[in-house]
Every structure is written in C-alpha cells, then in structure tokens.
Design a protein. Sequence first.
Length: 76
Amino acid sequence: MGLLCLVAFSCKKNEDIVIPPVTPGTGTGTTAGTRAQLTQDSIFLYAKEVYLWNTSLPDYAAFNPRQYAGTLDGFD
C-alpha cells in the first residue's frame, strides 16, 4: 500500500518549468539563405532548446551564427 502511494505521488507533472520559444530575430534575413546558413541557424536554435543553461546563451541577434565560417562553406 505504501509503495502504491509513493508511486502515485511521484508521477505528478512539474508545472514550474517554462521554456520560452526560440525564434530568430525578425528582419535578419533568417528565413532565406544558403543551405550552410540555414544549418548554422538550426544548430544555434537547437542549442537554445536543449542546452541546460540556455538562459546564459545570447539571443540570435547578438550571436549571429551566420558570421562564422564552417565546414559547410563551399558546398552550396
């Protein structure tokens, strides 16, 4: 009986965690671009979603992932 009560109370949903949606800034030209640029945008946005300390990461406009050259450059 005690185990049943323990399981019932341990399976409640935590309502305190709120993850704000992450979207690229408007007017930055992020809706169009080369395959490499869109990949850089995606990597940044995935990092903002799954990184444990995502509140410490800068926003899209401040970081601007398209400014960095990567291994995908030249493969467009």
